[in-house]
Design a protein around this ligand. Structure first.
Ligand code: GLU
Length: 287
């Protein structure tokens, strides 16, 4: 059996909080329990929300918790050429297309079709795209691109599904899971405002870093269906997966980066001892 390789992959868009500490320690434990390796990756493709001070704080806060990780740390912003190459490969296979629609146009299109809007299963990426730009002719696409219209790149889900057979992945707790990526519709793989997306970058990075077990919060369980499809289309390795609960405060509300009162940095600056912070985290996790 090759050693287990896990990773913690925070985005420098705010200070890490108790929920991140739980996620990082979960990944670390999953690796070290099996004599494996623990890696860190900074997911900083969203340049409009990432800040250098949050980047530095990730290292300081994780070190304060007593975590150690391997060097070098992978930083997604340094790998844009890899994401571009993957998009080029999908484009060559006719599996992606440019989408010029604004959110407003997508909502209007759905409303005019009379269909009830289906929200993407990740709960973050809005309604399922009705496919408007999938049917543009090559000439129309070229004219709009030449005239400088901004565009995203979407996966042609039906064609993509047609290229692969049944796909499964292994969830360490639930066993074999059959992928149902079609629930995402034509997912965005490169955004208008950034030349990649979370979904595309994460599968390429997990492959490049040799991750054998992805541990992450339950909120990203549904995204794994799409990730499994991308792994197959891009001929990437499929790691095993394990999902952990998302911590909530005593008030039952999920931690958010904008809530600084549970930020590790705030707790540290207020003089909390690491042992107390870890004990609080375990208590909230019901351990
Ligand atoms: N960067 C993501 C986050 O901060 C985690 C990505 C993942 O674990 O796949 O939520």
């Amino acid at each position: 059996m090759p050693p287990t390789v896990t990773r913690f992959a925070p985005s420098p868009t705010g200070y890490l909080h108790l929920g991140h500490a739980y996620s990082a320690l979960f990944a670390k434990r999953a690796a070290t329990d099996h004599g494996g390796r623990f890696l860190l990756r900074i997911e900083d493709i969203d340049v409009s929300r990432c800040r250098p001070e949050y980047f530095d704080a990730i290292f300081e806060d994780l070190a304060w918790l007593g975590l150690e990780w391997e060097q070098p740390v992978r930083r997604q912003s340094g790998h844009m050429a890899d994401y571009r190459a993957a998009l080029d490969a999908l484009e060559t296979e006719d599996l992606i297309y440019p989408c010029f629609c604004s959110r407003k146009e997508i909502r209007a299109e759905i409303a005019s079709s009379g269909a009830a809007p289906h929200i993407n299963p990740d709960g973050m990426t809005g309604p399922i795209y009705p496919g408007t730009c999938r049917n543009l002719s090559a000439d129309e696409r070229q004219t709009r691109i030449s005239s400088g219209d901004a565009y995203a790149l979407r996966l042609d889900m039906e064609s993509a599904k047609g290229r692969v057979g049944d796909l499964i992945w292994r969830d360490l707790d639930a066993g074999k899971v059959t992928a149902t990526p079609e629930v995402f519709g034509d997912a965005v793989l490169a955004r208008k405002d950034e030349p990649t997306s979370y979904h595309l970058s994460v599968v390429l990075d997990d492959h490049s870093q040799g991750i054998t077990l992805v541990t992450r919060g339950e909120d990203l369980r549904s995204a794994t269906h799409l990730h499994r499809l991308l792994q197959s289309l891009l001929r990437l390795d499929t790691p095993d997966y394990q999902f952990h609960k998302l911590l909530s405060g005593e008030d039952g509300r999920r931690f958010a980066k904008r809530n600084n009162s549970v930020a590790l940095r705030t707790l540290r600056e207020a003089g909390s001892a690491v042992a107390d912070v870890l004990a609080k985290m375990r208590h909230l996790a019901g351990e």
